[in-house]
Design a binder for this molecule. Structure first.
Ligand code: NAD
Length: 289
């Protein structure tokens, strides 16, 4: 029977570790790390995600400041806010909740955040550090959390076949780079990939991040594979209610070695990794020289 990787429990452990790191900062006379969260408009899903991040901040002792902007905000106004936060010594992390409204050039906004405060790890400098394997950059929270979940069940990555389903800048690409860094043989697949089932069948590690409910069927998964399900999909049930499911048919993969459930797998780890990144950013910014 496949083992269920408990992301909630692992996230609690990581949050406790971050809390300890913050207590040590305070004991040294340093300030608590401070995270600025910018939310544009009133998208319900974005509000839920921001709420979770703010609650996690309160739990571990990170000071959070929320900037709620009207959905009609201009590029210039948003840039001004980021410039102010970049220059503010009391702000250690800056997060812009995506998606942004159509009138905003999201890439230009993400590029404007100074790399040292880019706790989402989306700035080209941090992306470059990850892709050159130089380390020391901030790594996107979801793939970072996925690696920790994989680390809880896999001791030897070197030479394993891994497949990443999805090639987004937020999940798929950074995930592939992290697996490559561990010397896995990585195949990145996407919507135009031919024979996805055939590619998945060869993989020892499967990371599904397509946003397609139940895409990965049980007979695609090799016996003994480890499956990380990143997808978050809301599906309608016959009784008129809805349910959140992942990209993997988890009831069909008893022959896997281990898998993450949805909910309760990658999601909580993503939030906990944001807290870890914010603490890391504060430590680096406060380092003399
Ligand atoms: P995205 O829409 O930016 O990218 C989806 C990727 O999947 C694309 O590269 C696309 O080519 C590929 N894809 C789509 N359908 C496919 C198919 N049928 N076969 C193969 N490839 C396919 O999405 P994203 O931001 O990368 O997010 C992916 C999923 O992960 C979504 O469900 C999202 O909600 C979820 N997500 C979860 C967390 C978390 O914390 N758990 C964080 C980020 C994203």
């Amino acid at each position: 029977m496949a083992r269920i990787i408990d992301g909630k429990q692992m996230a609690e452990a990581l949050l406790a570790q971050v809390g300890t790191g913050i207590a040590e900062r305070l004991a040294r006379g340093q300030h608590a790390p401070a995270l600025a969260v910018i939310l544009v408009g009133d998208d319900p899903a974005s509000s839920i995600y921001v709420g979770r991040k703010l609650r996690a901040c309160a739990k571990v002792g990170i000071t959070s400041r929320q900037y709620r902007l009207d959905r009609a905000v201009s590029q210039a106004e948003l840039c001004d806010l980021i410039d102010r936060l970049n220059a503010d010594p009391d702000t250690h992390g800056i997060l812009v909740q995506l998606p942004l409204p159509a009138q905003i050039d999201a890439n230009a906004i993400l590029d404007r955040i100074v790399p040292a405060k880019d706790v989402d790890g989306f700035h080209p400098v941090n992306v470059g550090r990850l892709s050159t394997g130089k380390g020391q950059g901030l790594v996107p929270c979801t793939p970072l959390g996925c690696m920790m979940l994989l680390d809880s069940v896999i001791t030897q990555f070197r030479g394993r076949d891994a497949v990443v389903i999805g090639k987004s800048n937020i999940v798929g690409k950074p995930m592939a780079l992290l697996l490559l860094e561990r010397e896995c043989t990585v195949t990145v697949t996407h919507i135009a990939t031919q024979d996805l089932p055939g590619i998945v069948r060869k993989a020892d590690i499967v990371v599904a991040a397509a946003g397609h409910a139940g895409l990965v069927r049980g007979d695609w998964v090799k016996p003994g594979a480890v499956v990380i399900d990143v997808g978050i999909n809301r599906i309608a049930l016959p009784d008129g209610t809805t349910r959140i499911v992942g990209d993997v048919c988890s009831d069909e993969i008893a022959h896997a070695r281990a898998y993450t459930p949805v909910p309760g797998g990658v999601g909580p780890m993503t939030v906990a990794c944001l807290m870890a990144n914010t603490l890391a950013a504060a430590q680096d910014l406060d380092r003399p020289g």
